[in-house]
Design a protein around this ligand. Structure first.
Ligand code: SF4
Ligand code: SF4
Length: 189
């Protein structure tokens, strides 16, 4: 794993011609429209926080075919899904979609940080990527229902979510469900 303070050096001789095509196929259809103007980087929270591969750099690295360097770096998982980059891009590249496409590549390669794996398992189990087991008591103490009004409070919705995740690469590669917690037979959408 590359630390936030390290510079990443790309070896141009290791370019992979099919990489751009794969990113396009996985949701980053407009990547070739990027002119590297840097507007997306200027508004990106993860760039401001010092992560080395933020939106503009990710696109550049994909152009360069730096697949292995990207799989070794965890910056894409620091994206806050704020969509500022998509709103400001003058070329409708939708950089956030390219972050998501790169995440899909990483999942297929098992290059997912441990913390994110736990979040994905939690998403499958309760419908929240981050959920504190004992938060129900705290919520009740301040007069709130034990469960928030989201998927976790609606068993049918949770089963629908699990059925959707069942059809994803997460299931195929065994990230979900959690060990010993098989999906119920009744999961249907
Ligand atoms: S704002 Fe758009 S065109 Fe400019 S670098 Fe970002 S993705 Fe590329
Ligand atoms: S969506 Fe992600 S990549 Fe885009 S500006 Fe927000 S944090 Fe940065």
């Amino acid at each position: 794993m590359i630390s936030e303070s390290e510079n990443i050096v790309f070896n141009l001789s290791e370019g992979e011609p099919r990489f751009v095509a794969q990113i396009k196929e996985l949701g980053g259809e407009e990547i070739l429209e990027c002119i590297q103007c840097g507007k997306c980087a200027a508004v990106c929270p993860m760039a401001l926080a010092g992560f080395p591969i933020f939106n503009k750099k990710l696109i550049q690295a994909i152009f360069l075919g730096a697949r292995e360097a990207l799989l070794d770096d965890s910056s894409i998982w620091a994206c806050q899904s704020c969509n500022r980059c998509t709103e400001i891009c003058p070329r409708d590249v939708r950089p956030f979609e390219i972050i998501l496409a790169m995440r899909r590549v990483a999942v297929r390669e098992f290059a997912v940080p441990a913390m994110s794996v736990e979040g994905l398992k939690s998403l499958y189990d309760v419908g929240h990527a981050v959920y504190l087991k004992d938060s129900g008591q705290t919520r009740q103490k301040v007069g709130l229902p034990e469960k928030p009004p989201s998927v976790i409070a609606f068993p049918k919705a949770l089963k629908e979510l699990q059925a959707i995740l069942h059809q994803s690469a997460l299931w195929e590669i065994g990230i979900i469900p959690m060990e010993g917690n098989e999906m119920a037979d009744t999961c249907e959408v």
